[in-house]
Ligand binder design. Structure first.
Ligand code: MSP
Length: 538
């Protein structure tokens, strides 16, 4: 298996989002996976790891061919247009991807051909007759029993599956049954979360069948080597886009070059609907091509809006561009990370969205900073007091939470428990709000107890700093504003500001706020949002 010598450095982390279909503009589902991937990538960078975040677009196949035909433009032109809108969305959402892999990129064809050849030489490809029901929107054959009445697709409920009876090339998946089962057994964390893993194991247990990897009558794809009447099945082509993404610019497009640094991937992040492709077909393809397998595949849940499945025909889609224009990227990122238990299905509701952001970011976090900086100005001339964490009693609740939080947050990011990370950071913030209310520094100041006032302000400002630091992968712009107001000139949007700055200076720990630092006048870090008057259905 390990015929390749992977020179991955010790702390490197390579992850992917799916390569999104370009049949339409990006939707909230694609934005969701990508923001999660970005949060994971940012956390690793904060910890000083070398990170490679791959995203991109899946541009071949019948679905894209038909969409382009319907809009009357050449397929490539259509793909360019939509790929561009994905890039625009990632910019608006503050996604820091390192590679944008397009399956119509020039170097991709060479990788697909080489891979096909390897699998062919293993005798894992053969020609046979394919009969069955095909959903063009899924780009997948369906079992008759999976389909709804009148052969409608269970996922694309407004589309009928089409009957196909044609010669196709097949991939000998059945040959990998035992090898796959052994692999799952010796890598129990490969498929996450656990419920999804069980689904896959049950599917595999029923017996794997070979699947077709070519199409006739679909011109928008790579021709099968030596048989140009066939084009390569879009999924066979698309999964390889992950490998193509690893090539450096202008590097000769060979598999050996692609896999020499970042391969194998640490994590493929996907939605639950495409789990089978990533957790069964892809590993088997890699086994056939004698390439190492990815370390983990995480299949997240589906988003609904106001409790209902989203869809164009239902008229209740949620346009990520509109949402970002209205509320900004930190707000959108925070809602989806905090409100949805990652792995489970989750819901978007605009009123809940506004209420959560106002409660957590405007009231609890933003006001706490504003309030405490206001007092620092009034009681300490705007200069951080000559206090260190050691001067604070070990009985202080916020200090206790602050000192314990590091382990919880590390664990949270490691296990992708983003909702708990947000809750932990907010628990620290809330303990400080309570501490201020109970200790009433304004009365202590009047009584001349300056040292006590300084200690209170130190506890609060240091806790706000630590919360902002721990949340920086989720809300980088708010964290930046908080850090600036605490006198730092760090930039959490700077990709390479990792290990040297943060770990060396102890930013993961509670109790490091520098003494005697002159702070600027406070200004709100997150403006309160208005409740929507009308709920828009874009
Ligand atoms: N092109 C394939 C992936 C190929 S990867 C080599 C594809 N593209 S997609 O654009 O249709 O879907 C991309 C992702 O969006 C999938 O992970 C899918 O689960 C996700 N979502 C689509 N609708 C969604 C929701 N309503 N909610 C959450 N994610 C959803 O599949």
């Amino acid at each position: 298996m390990d015929s390749f010598n992977n020179s991955v450095s010790k702390n490197s982390f390579a992850l992917t989002t799916p390569l999104y279909y370009v049949n339409g503009l990006p939707h909230i589902g694609s934005a969701y996976t990508t923001m999660i991937a970005d949060v994971i990538a940012r956390w690793h960078r904060l910890c000083g790891d070398d990170v490679l975040l791959v995203t991109g677009t899946d541009e071949h196949g019948q679905k894209i061919q038909r969409t382009a035909e319907e809009s009357g433009i050449a397929p490539q032109q259509h793909c360019d247009r939509i790929a561009n809108s994905f890039n625009n969305l990632w910019q608006k959402l503050d996604i820091q991807h390192d590679r944008f892999s397009r399956t119509t990129a020039k170097n991709h064809e060479a990788i697909v051909k080489e891979f096909f050849q390897r699998v062919w030489e293993e005798n894992d490809i053969y020609l046979d007759q394919q009969q069955g029901w095909y959903c063009v929107a899924c780009e997948e054959f369906k079992e008759k029993r999976e389909l709804l009445e009148d052969n409608y697709c269970p996922i694309h409920t407004n589309l009928k599956a089409e009957w196909r009876d044609e010669q196709n090339y097949f991939f000998r998946l059945s040959r990998y049954q035992n090898q796959l089962e052994e692999f799952y057994q010796s890598n129990p964390d490969f498929i996450q979360p656990e419920t999804r893993c069980n689904e896959v194991l049950n599917f595999v247990k029923q017996g794997l069948q070979d699947f077709s990897i070519s199409r006739i009558n679909v011109s928008w794809g790579f021709p099968i080597p030596n048989d140009p009447n066939h084009t390569i099945y879009v999924w066979f082509d698309a999964l390889l886009g992950y490998i193509t993404a690893l090539l450096e610019d202008d590097e000769e497009p060979t598999i050996e070059n692609a896999v020499k640094k970042w391969y194998p991937f640490d994590l493929h992040l996907i939605g639950k609907d495409i789990l089978r492709f990533h957790a069964v077909y892809w590993p088997a393809m890699l086994m056939s091509a004698k390439l190492p397998l990815p370390k983990q595949v995480f299949g997240h849940g589906f988003l609904t809006k106001d409790g209902q499945k989203m869809g164009k025909s239902l008229g209740n889609t949620l346009d990520p561009f509109t949402l970002l224009d209205k509320y900004g990227s930190d707000a959108v990122r925070y809602y989806f990370l905090k409100e949805i238990e990652f792995g489970k299905d989750g819901d978007f509701n605009e009123i809940r969205f506004v209420n959560i952001l106002n409660a957590d970011l405007a009231n609890d976090l933003g006001n706490l900073l504003n309030r405490s900086l206001g007092m620092l100005n009034k009681y300490c001339d705007g200069i951080l007091p000559p206090i260190t964490g050691k001067d604070i009693s070990k009985d202080n609740i916020s200090k206790q939470i602050g000192e314990a939080i590091k382990y919880r947050i590390f664990e949270g990011y490691k296990l992708y428990k983003f909702n708990l990370i947000c809750e932990d950071a907010l628990a620290l913030v809330r303990s400080c709000n309570k501490f201020i209310d109970e200790s009433a520094p304004w009365s202590l100041y009047k009584k001349g107890e300056q040292k006590e006032v300084e200690k209170i302000l130190y506890v609060v400002l240091e806790s706000v700093r630590l919360s902002a630091f721990m949340l920086a992968p989720v809300i980088p712009n708010i964290s930046n504003k908080i850090y600036h107001q605490l006198g730092y000139n760090f930039d959490f949007n700077h990709k390479n500001l990792g290990i040297k700055t943060y770990i060396d200076r102890g930013h993961f720990e509670w109790g490091i706020l520098p003494l005697n630092q002159n702070l600027p006048k406070p200004s709100p870090v997150f403006a309160k949002l208005e409740l929507p008057t009308t709920i828009s259905n874009q």
